[in-house]
Write a protein that binds this ligand. Structure first.
Ligand SMILES: [Zn+2]
Length: 590
């Protein structure tokens, strides 16, 4: 069998893989983007399709597709391998030691449990109630099998026995949250019993946890309607979004996501063809989830339940989304209490709502006047009290003015009073999040040295003379010195042509090779449109810069030594140092 890592690399294109996470723009032969790993304003993140590598000149990170997925997902190599193998359609033996992650067993258990619960729902006689319930909620077989819904019977050891018979270690089964240790520490029991099971998948379609809903005939009992898998090594509820694995393509295509409150809303919306719908599971919207959504779109439509809790969740989500610089609108729901109800009652109304999302201020305006009697002074006051703080949050004075006007019209009250009232609001207007300054120091000695090398790889003929003039001490970084040394010994002395490949071949150090890839990248980025003449000038500048900095450092060193010698009153040393300083001084004026 071929090495699966190489096989995956040959099948996947780095530009495709990285585009799934960030916005890449073509820049000559390469692609560039704002780096996802450090804060910056101008793009210094580069991807080379020909080399199949990426490199950031801001933070210095760089590697191949595996390294990228590891870095951006915050996962280890075996997990990145799993994701990319699936994408490339390459079979990997995960029992191989080097591909085995701590989490492999947990994923396997969770995926197997998903299949098991699903089969029970479809085939078991005892699952008829569950099948009927889902049918009553308007779900068809296709969507049930697409989302792999399941059922677990009313027993204490369904999954426990099934997995034990498959020879999974009890500690690993416990780690998936599917079973719970008995209070007396004597054995385990199933966490989920007599419930409809909604498996939760990660972005790549791997089952990581479950939401279990009680059967409708149990609803009056004092047991929780929904229970979720607790946090485990593979299930982090503040990061997972229910339905995203199936919605991500549609979200990208429509450049918009619809965020709903419940699993049932997601399923019903997908069945109705609104495939860009997702929800959080077992948590309010988090910053981490927003960051994941950002990979696919910056536009969010909220469609939460119409009850008070839903309204509070909407408000909270709007604030958080705006803070993260997302564009937010709200879908106008009617019929019943949530999107699933609305879709089941009248799909046309749902479609209309998704086509005409309300801007948030309009949503707040409608909400403020909902069920209010405009002839009642009390009601007018209440509406104003709700809406005014939202106006106060606006950063744009024109928008502020427009909403004051609209409110004054609605209330039939002079704007003057409203402006007065607005003055007394304590809210500070929303600000666009200030991004931290790009902290690349373009003139740092390291940067100059790297530019020198990058230019040299691009224009070796023009750079040779300058390379000859340099001395190793001009370069502060060890890895740069190593490269310069190789160039001097293996190329200059033997008068050989310098090329990227021949240089890499002269090195027996993977890390250094990667670094050189990055450097050659830098050269292409900085100097691609140079001609020979400009390259020459740039060499001259870079070289004199390197020399100046070197001499300055050297001078400081000597002056320091001179001070010491003077303190010791060592005449001989003083004279020697003065001589050196003089020589150096002459050099720097050359
Ligand atoms: Zn970076």
């Amino acid at each position: 069998m071929q090495d699966p890592v190489e096989e995956i690399k040959s099948r996947l294109d780095i530009v495709d893989v990285i585009s799934d996470y960030i916005d890449l723009r073509q820049a000559g032969e390469n692609f560039k983007a704002i780096c996802p790993f450090h804060e910056e304003k101008t793009p210094s993140f580069f991807v080379s399709p020909s080399k199949q590598i990426w490199h950031c000149f801001g933070c210095g990170k760089g590697s191949d597709i595996f390294g990228f997925v590891q870095e951006i997902e915050g996962i280890d190599f075996p997990e990145a391998l799993r994701i990319l193998a699936k994408r490339a359609g390459v079979k990997v033996n995960y029992n191989d030691k080097e591909f085995k992650s701590q989490k492999t067993a947990l994923y396997n258990i969770s995926n197997l449990a998903t299949k098991f619960y699903h089969k029970i729902l479809l085939d078991s006689k005892g699952a008829k109630k569950a099948r009927d319930y889902l049918k009553n909620r308007g779900l068809n077989e296709k969507i049930i099998s697409q989302f792999k819904l399941g059922y677990v019977p009313d027993k204490w050891d369904t999954i426990l026995n099934f997995l034990k018979n498959k020879n999974y270690k009890i500690e690993n089964i416990e780690k998936t949250g599917l079973i719970v240790k008995r209070k007396d520490k004597n054995g385990y029991y199933d966490r989920f019993r007599n419930r409809i099971m909604f498996p939760i998948f990660d972005l790549y379609g791997q089952s990581v946890g479950f939401t279990g809903r009680i059967m409708p005939d149990q609803e009056s009992k004092k047991i929780p309607k929904y229970i979720n898998t607790p946090e485990t090594d593979i299930y982090n509820k503040s990061k997972v979004l229910f339905g995203l694995d199936k919605a991500k393509t549609a979200i990208k295509k429509k450049d918009k996501v619809i965020l709903v409150e419940g699993n049932m809303d997601v399923l019903t919306a997908h069945q109705a063809g609104t495939k860009n719908t997702i929800c959080t599971s077992g948590t309010a919207l988090t910053k981490k989830q927003i960051n994941i959504i950002k990979r696919f779109t910056e536009n969010v439509d909220l469609a939460f339940d119409l009850d008070t809790a839903g309204q509070a969740a909407t408000k909270r989500s709007i604030d958080l989304l705006l803070k993260e610089s997302m564009n937010v609108s709200v879908l106008k729901l009617k019929h019943g209490k949530d999107p699933a109800d609305m879709i089941n009652k009248n799909i046309k109304d749902w479609e209309k709502a998704t086509k005409n999302p309300l801007p948030i201020m309009e949503y707040y305006f409608n909400l403020a006047f909902k069920n209010r009697d405009l002839s009642s002074t009390e009601d007018k006051k209440k509406a104003t009290k709700v809406f005014l703080p939202e106006i106060a949050k606006l950063g744009d004075p024109v928008e502020k003015g427009l909403w004051i006007k609209k409110l004054s019209d609605k209330l039939d009250l002079s704007e003057v009073y409203l402006r007065d009232a607005l003055q007394s609001q304590k809210t500070t207007p929303r600000k666009v999040r200030p991004k931290s300054q790009d902290n690349i120091q373009r003139t740092s000695p390291e940067k100059i040295a790297e530019n020198f090398l990058g230019l040299l790889l691009l224009y070796p003929q023009e750079g040779k003379a300058y390379l000859e003039k340099t001395i190793l001490e001009m370069f502060l970084e060890d890895r740069v010195r190593q490269v310069i040394k190789i160039l001097k010994n293996k190329f200059l002395k033997k008068d050989k042509q310098i090329t990227l490949n021949s240089l890499k071949k002269s090195i027996n150090d993977k890390k250094l090779e990667k670094y050189i890839d990055g450097i050659s990248f830098l050269g292409e980025k900085e100097f691609a449109e140079f001609d020979k003449e400009r390259a020459n000038k740039e060499f001259q500048q870079l070289y004199s810069c390197l020399k100046r900095k070197y001499l300055k450092n050297k001078m400081q060193e000597l002056v320091q030594k001179l001070k010491q010698a003077e303190e010791q009153d060592n005449k001989e040393k003083i004279n020697k140092l003065l001589e050196q300083i003089n020589r150096l001084f002459k050099q720097s004026n050359n």
